[in-house]
Design a protein around this ligand. Structure first.
Ligand code: NDP
Length: 335
């Protein structure tokens, strides 16, 4: 076993879109567990849009990261040494394991994983935090009804693709919005949405009118900005809007002017700000329901993988440019 713990450190706080220059490879000593601790070999590292806030130089999501620190990130991995009564060698767990090969833990914030026949990597994707975001933000927050139309942006990503598939499994129509024809094809052909609009090449307002002739009953917003503005203009009476993400603003220096909320009044719509951390009490229900869907082939997934920690920084930059195709993750330990 390697006695060195290879890692990726934050090298500088980025302005605008982060790139490789904002990160550097480093090493830490291989961690030795004391009583009440255990060591996890990180197998897969999740790259998530919220990490842009974590490296902004401000405290975000209860994480403070300084230049020189090991980069923060969620991982799924295997316990390889333990002096903790609740965790044994061979257990698989998710944790804030960071951009490194090995993580030392006392169990705080750790979840045991029972992946069954589903791939382990899904525990940081559609069967992990992004999946719970879709599950709770759609089913427990917007309450889609059979026959209603659900629209979701960033539809090819883990949150968006789960929202559309869960909408359809609950009898609603699903209309995606995504940033390329290739992504739109995957949204319809792989994820089974009823339609998908390429917001970069189509007039969004016109295309929404065609895809949603009776209006939008539920909008699950992952992006904000002009996409949110266009969908608000198509809300049906009594619509519900889940405000989940603002990725169009994560790399911006100034906040762009907000949308006009007049259509929300006209449609008597309900808009709800959504944060997944309020919904972890639904974790077991979500995992039981969605693991079965995945195992039965009723929910499908795409992953955008990089091999090895030394490719993590470039892969995160790709996510921040919107070029990821599916859940962005790094294979830290090859199978
Ligand atoms: P994705 O894998 O979907 O990646 C982000 C996608 O956003 C890109 O691929 C891109 O797709 C789209 N995008 C649109 N505009 C931009 C832009 N200006 N720059 C970069 N990308 C852009 O991410 P996730 O599924 O993991 O997350 C989706 C959203 O959900 C994010 O906003 C995230 O922050 C939010 N979220 C919120 C949570 C909460 O608790 N509220 C919890 C988890 C996630 P395209 O090419 O289609 O535009």
């Amino acid at each position: 076993m390697s006695q060195i713990n290879h890692c990726v450190e934050l090298a500088a706080f980025p302005e605008g879109i982060p790139d490789k220059s904002h990160f550097r490879m480093g090493t830490r000593p291989y961690p030795e567990p004391k009583d009440g601790e255990f060591v996890v070999r990180n197998d897969y590292l999740s790259l998530d849009p919220f990490l842009r806030g974590v490296i902004s130089g401000r405290q975000m999501y209860a994480v403070t990261l300084n230049v020189g620190d090991v980069m923060f990130g969620t991982t799924v991995g295997t316990v390889i040494a333990s002096k903790h009564g609740d965790y044994a060698e061979g257990d698989t767990v998710t944790l804030g394991g960071g951009w490194q090969q090995f993580a030392l833990s006392d169990g705080d914030g750790v979840r045991k994983v029972h992946a069954g026949d589903n791939p382990l990597s899904l525990q940081v994707g559609i069967l992990g935090m992004p999946g719970l975001t879709a599950y709770a933000g759609l089913l427990h927050t917007a309450h889609p009804q059979a026959g209603e139309t659900v629209v979701v942006s960033a539809a090819a990503g883990p949150v968006g693709s789960m929202v559309g598939q869960l909408a359809r499994l609950n009898g609603a129509r699903a209309v995606g919005i995504a940033g390329s024809d290739e992504k739109c094809r995957a949204v319809v052909d792989t994820f089974g949405f009823d339609a998908c609009i390429n917001y970069k090449t189509q007039d969004l307002s016109t295309a929404l009118g065609e895809a949603c002739p009776d209006g939008v009953n539920v909008y699950f917003d992952n992006v904000g900005g002009s996409t949110l503005e266009a969908v608000l203009g198509k809300l049906a009476l009594g619509a519900r809007v889940t405000l989940c993400g603002l990725i169009t603003q994560y790399n911006a220096k100034t906040t762009p002017p907000g949308p006009n909320l007049g259509p929300v009044i006209g449609a008597r719509a309900i808009m709800t700000g959504f944060v997944v951390y309020d919904h972890y009490d639904k974790w077991d229900e979500f995992q039981t329901t969605c693991s079965r869907y995945v195992a039965d082939g009723d929910i499908r997934f795409l992953e955008d993988r990089a091999q090895g920690l030394d490719n993590a920084a470039a892969h995160f930059s790709r996510l921040m440019r919107g070029e990821n195709f599916g859940k962005s993750l790094v294979v830290v330990t090859p199978d």
